[in-house]
Write a protein that binds this ligand. Structure first.
Ligand SMILES: [Zn+2]
Ligand SMILES: [Zn+2]
Length: 118
């Protein structure tokens, strides 16, 4: 049951003609207040489901990656970009018949990544 926000009387269902369709609206018989159509009851039904990617997850992923990187061994290698002489080194085994691996190097200062074929 609903009450009029203006005078507090009980709202009665009334037929209201809008265009072709006759719809029921709640109206106050005392002051003539009419509850607008499309009230909060209808709105709660069509609430869209919002899938949010939590920013905390992204931070965790980046943190993990950095941790991995910091455990890599370093070698003395002059960076062609900034002149730094220290670089992280790791090897990636290339798939295929030949078992050659590719050595990757990343400058510890500017993160410039380059590779060397062994
Ligand atoms: Zn009223
Ligand atoms: Zn560098």
């Amino acid at each position: 049951m609903e009450f009029c926000p203006k005078c507090g009387s009980r709202l009665e269902p009334k037929k209201s003609k809008s265009g072709k369709d006759a719809s029921l609206v709640l109206a106050c018989q005392k002051c003539g207040y009419k509850k607008p159509e499309g009230d909060e009851k209808g709105e709660t039904k069509v609430l869209p489901k919002v899938i949010q990617h939590s920013p905390q997850q992204l931070v965790a992923v980046i943190g993990k990656e950095e941790q991995k990187l910091s455990t890599l061994p370093t070698v003395h290698m002059e960076c062609s970009r900034c002149g730094n002489n220290m670089a992280y080194v790791w090897q990636v085994q290339t798939r295929g018949a030949d078992e050659s691996s590719t050595q990757f190097l990343r400058c510890t200062k500017c993160n410039y990544t380059f590779r060397e074929y062994s």
